[in-house]
Write a protein that binds this ligand. Structure first.
Ligand code: SAM
Length: 440
């Protein structure tokens, strides 16, 4: 019973907005956090279906003492899960309604014209792809391995391309991940470093860097040569980043816990910084919720505050005297944090910087809110099967000749979908392991 009570308590906490799924699960004190997480997550996934069943079977009207969150968890497990393994008196109570609930389920499938339980999770016609259909991507860490070896490794583990992943396949425990051979990173989030495209050996700033996915991508593009100055305010995120960079074998990066706005652009240390990647804090409104209740629309005040910070930090980044190219990105869908920020800062800069067309063949462009906004790119679950994302590439005017004109080839190949992989073998051979020297 403890499992069902704990799951019901997490559901109630989510409904009251007391925290996210992970924090409520891990804060619950329940000893088997993974089991609890999976049960709540699945109950949430089936949320609308469970509502329809509870309503159709009038369960809550008949069993007035049964709390609704507990009813959902129990009915989920009875019909779609493990079949009520525990549950004491509540189990007996819900089991009494099993026939009625099963009949409701059958009726619901007929009404929706589907035969499998999973098909009930499909969105209404006309809606975009559900979050669960946005593939999860992995980036291959080319400092340690190559795409072909990673594909071979997964094949040996029994995965196949284009199949469906198991519901709760979690790559955090996969040896390729724990050994730094792959990085779990959405395809759209790989665009900023790819488009910044710093030449091997150059000096680069990652202004808001933690937890470091883009920093590690930059290091791979730099072939671990040159120098990355990475800043972040958040100690915990920096600690995670340090672990991740060490695991990925990155030696070309220096981390600093510092407000980027206080970094002196005229410090001689940064005199050779030609490239800046700026991925500041944002509303995160482009992050597709993989589970219901994860998203909350930002208020107008919050958007304004974020946009103010983003403008400030972008202006600051452009004050570095040697900077020639800058990638600005957010995982927000709001123009206030995207096109509006870029437009305001470009206007403030006069003729010093311009937008360059980012990845012209990318299908989804910046919103036409100012002339040239189509140089920016956007990404979305519907258009690009990725998280919602925005990237703008700014270049100092008159410096084109000093920069590489073409984009690195083959990056698309490095973005392998996690989807379609099933677990089992040893990671591909390491290329080379250098002494790790990452400072926090
Ligand atoms: N680029 C990171 C990646 O790919 O893993 C994600 C960065 S996240 C969107 C934004 C980061 O900016 C947060 O880690 C936050 O702590 C940091 N941040 C916020 N304000 C900052 C500031 N003034 N100076 C430096 N970092 C800041």
């Amino acid at each position: 019973m403890a499992l069902y009570s704990a799951a019901a308590a997490v559901l109630s906490g989510l409904e009251r907005g007391e925290g996210g799924l992970k924090s409520l699960v891990y804060g619950s004190g329940f000893p088997h956090a993974r089991q609890l997480y999976a049960l709540v997550a699945e109950t949430l996934r089936y949320g609308p279906v469970l509502d329809a069943l509870l309503d159709g079977a009038a369960l809550l009207r008949v069993e007035k003492k049964l709390p609704p969150p507990l009813a959902k968890v129990l009915v989920y497990d009875l019909l779609f899960g493990k079949g009520l393994k525990c549950g004491g008196r509540w189990k007996a109570l819900v089991r009494r309604h099993r026939a009625r609930l099963q009949a409701e389920l059958a009726r619901l499938k007929v009404r929706r014209g589907v035969s499998r339980d999973e098909d009930l999770l499909q969105p209404a016609p006309g809606a975009g792809p559900p979050a669960t259909q946005v593939p999860r991507y992995v980036r291959v860490n080319v400092l340690k391995t190559c795409v072909d070896d990673v594909v071979e490794f997964f094949k040996r583990q029994g995965y196949s391309f284009l199949g469906k992943a198991g519901r709760w396949t979690d790559f955090h425990d996969n040896r390729l991940y724990t050994s730094g051979h792959i990085i779990l990173q959405d395809k759209a989030s790989c665009l900023p470093a790819f488009l910044l495209s710093p030449a091997a050996g150059s000096h680069v700033i990652d202004a808001c860097a933690a937890p470091g996915n883009k920093t590690s991508h930059l290091a791979a593009i730099l072939k671990n040569k040159g120098h990355i100055f990475a800043f972040d305010l958040d100690t915990k995120r920096l600690a995670t980043m340090n672990t991740m960079l060490m695991r990925a074998g990155i030696t070309s990066c220096k981390l600093a816990q510092q407000d980027f706005l206080t970094v002196d652009p005229h410090d001689p240390k940064y005199s050779k910084v030609k490239y800046i990647l700026l991925d500041p804090s944002c509303s995160g409104s482009g992050m597709v919720a993989r589970l219901p209740l994860e998203e909350a629309a930002p208020s107008a005040e919050r958007l304004q505050a974020l946009a103010g910070f983003q403008r400030k930090v972008l202006s600051h980044a452009l004050r570095f005297p040697a900077v020639q190219r800058l990638a600005y990105s957010t995982c927000s869908v709001h123009r206030e944090e995207n096109e509006d920020v870029v437009h305001a800062v470009l206007r403030e800069q006069g003729s010093a910087f311009r937008l360059v067309s980012a990845f012209p063949s990318w299908p989804c462009r910046g919103l036409a809110t100012f002339p040239g906004a189509e140089c920016c790119l956007r990404a979305s679950p519907v258009d690009t099967l990725t998280q919602g994302f925005f990237v703008a590439i700014l270049e100092r005017c008159g410096e084109e000749a000093a920069l590489p004109s073409s984009l690195p080839a083959g990056t698309e190949e490095n973005l392998q979908q996690e989807e379609g992989m099933e677990p089992g073998a040893a990671p591909p051979k390491k290329k080379r392991r250098k002494k790790q020297r990452v400072k926090a």
